[in-house]
Write a protein that binds this ligand. Structure first.
Ligand code: HEM
Length: 497
């Protein structure tokens, strides 16, 4: 009896061992990379390279890995593999030369929980993305983008901003929320048909939710949710705040849409929302085009989110850099006084005569590294980048930080140097490696608007005020990394010139 018992436990032991070996084999076969697939650092079963993610400065860490792996490598984050591309040459190859192959975005567990499915402007794909992107661009143009009316709206908004700064009477203040509100009011006028007072409590709360959500989405919490949605869904953590913030933002936009519906006069659209509602009512559309009730809130929210945080963050970095380098601030002010003077409103046409200011704004965008990681893309078919094979369906991330700080492209990549955009005669020069707005078919939809806002707000602010740090204080040039790279809270003085 004892012998049979022993034999049985012996058999069970081998059965378990066999079972484990089969699991390991299946796991290996499932995760086996095809020939010439981008190399990868050692990864753990199930968890993959999750411990390779640097939570404080992932863009710098990933760029360093790029140096070690010839600018292309892969990491496995949970179930999904992502190929990272670094350096101007390979990023250009992916985004520009092979634009057609990488036009779509991959499935995102975060976005599908927020929007459920193919929706909005940032995460939509296929026909819907094409139609919605075209519609958004032409509607923004109808409501002033690239026209004199837009310039006037920005100049008008600047007056409100200057008044608010005047109210500080030279005392130290944090300009972040004011800049956020002023910049947001421009996209709000085009999308919602209205601006919001700087004291509007509900609007200020929405702006806070936007900043926090964008920060959390790019943080380790957002990345863990993307990698392990099924587990993270049930765990406590800051990712839950991100989802509740998005819910509140959606509710806010929904309320505005309902109000627009009630007041709609189809013969006189006031803004993007009216135009979307008219498009829904009047023209027959394929259901795949996304002109429906479910898609209006995601599209509006994408414009509101993308149009607020990025541009105002660039202005904040501009303040920090020009306070840190007062000689640059003086040179900008000298050019503003000489070309525009004090007696008239600045105009976008002044840009052509202000190469130094134009170079400083470009350097603010480069050195500020506003969207350091970029948005994910997916290979629409089997292809190759450099020497590596990229199978259809692979997610890729072309890291913008690695391009904006590429040592082969920039003379002094780690120094704030407007000279990067000036020739020997002091004329403005475009640089191919300037990819702050990304490149290719999904290049930032708001680039033209952002450039216009940056120039006019910047010139109007520095014409009126000299900005400085509090006595004996040095401003922190490090950033907080989310989807955008934002300054740590800071305070400055504004003195009327
Ligand atoms: C300094 C300001 C800005 C910067 C640095 C910036 C940067 C970016 C970047 C890097 C992308 C990802 C592109 C890609 O995946 O290749 C993007 C996409 C986008 N941006 Fe901006 N952006 C700025 C301002 C704006 C503004 C003002 C708007 C509002 C209209 C806007 C709307 C969008 C939209 C809708 C997309 C998604 C485009 C698509 O997937 O087709 N952005 N932006």
């Amino acid at each position: 009896f004892r012998i049979t018992d022993k034999l049985l436990s012996f058999d069970l032991y081998y059965l378990y061992l066999l079972f484990i070996l089969i699991l390991v084999k299946l796991y290996y076969v499932k995760n086996r990379n095809p020939l010439n697939y981008p190399p990868s650092p050692f990864s753990l079963p199930l968890l993959g390279n999750v411990f390779n993610l640097d939570s404080k400065e992932p863009h710098i860490y990933l760029t360093k890995l790029g140096h070690a792996y010839n600018n292309i490598f892969s990491l496995r984050l949970g179930r999904d593999k992502v190929v990272f591309i670094t350096g101007y040459k390979l990023v250009k190859e992916a985004l520009v030369t092979q634009a057609e192959n990488f036009v779509d975005r991959p499935y995102s567990p975060v976005q599908s929980r927020v929007y459920s499915g193919n929706a909005g402007l940032f995460f939509s794909n296929g026909e819907m993305w094409k139609k919605q992107r075209r519609f958004a661009l032409s509607t923004l143009r109808n409501f002033g983008l690239g026209k004199k009316t837009m310039e006037l709206a920005i100049c008008e908004e600047s007056r409100f901003l200057l008044d608010e700064i005047d109210k500080q009477k030279g005392a130290a203040f944090d300009p972040t929320i004011l800049f956020n509100n002023a910049v947001s009011n421009i996209i709000c006028q085009m999308v919602f048909g209205q601006r919001f007072d700087y004291a509007d409590h509900q609007f200020r709360t929405m702006l806070k939710y936007i900043s926090k959500s964008i920060q959390l989405e790019g943080s380790i919490w957002g990345q863990l949710y993307e990698a392990f949605p099924a587990i993270m869904k049930h765990l406590p953590g800051a990712h839950n705040d991100m989802f509740s913030n998005y819910k509140l933002l959606q509710a806010f936009v929904k309320e505005v849409v309902v109000k627009h519906k009630a007041e709609l006069d189809p013969s006189e659209p006031r803004d993007y929302i009216d135009s979307f509602l008219i498009e829904m009512m009047q023209k027959p559309h394929e259901t795949t085009d996304g002109f429906d009730e479910e898609n209006i809130v995601p599209c509006v929210l994408d414009l509101f989110l993308a149009g607020t945080e990025t541009t105002s963050t660039t202005l904040c970095w501009g303040l920090i850099y020009l306070i840190t380098y007062p000689e640059v601030q003086e040179k900008v002010q000298e050019e503003i006084d000489r070309v525009i003077g004090r007696s008239r409103e600045p105009s976008i046409s002044d840009k052509a005569n202000m190469p130094y200011t134009e170079a400083v704004i470009h350097e603010m965008l480069r050195f500020g590294d506003i969207v350091p990681m970029n948005g994910l893309r997916v290979a629409d078919k089997d292809t190759s980048i450099g020497e590596c094979f990229i199978p259809k369906g692979t997610a890729i991330l072309p890291i913008l930080h690695s391009v904006l700080f590429d040592e082969n492209e920039w003379e002094t990549p780690y120094k704030f140097n407007p000279g990067h955009f000036l020739d020997k005669e002091g004329k403005f020069v475009r640089r191919d490696a300037f990819m702050a707005f990304s490149a290719g078919k999904r290049v930032c939809l708001g680039e033209q608007l952002a450039r216009m806002e940056l120039f006019l707000f910047f010139v109007i602010l520095f014409r009126k005020f000299r900005f400085s740090a509090a006595e004996g204080e040095k401003l922190n040039l490090d950033g907080v990394i989310g989807v955008t790279r934002t300054p740590h809270p800071f305070k400055i003085h504004a003195t009327t010139r």
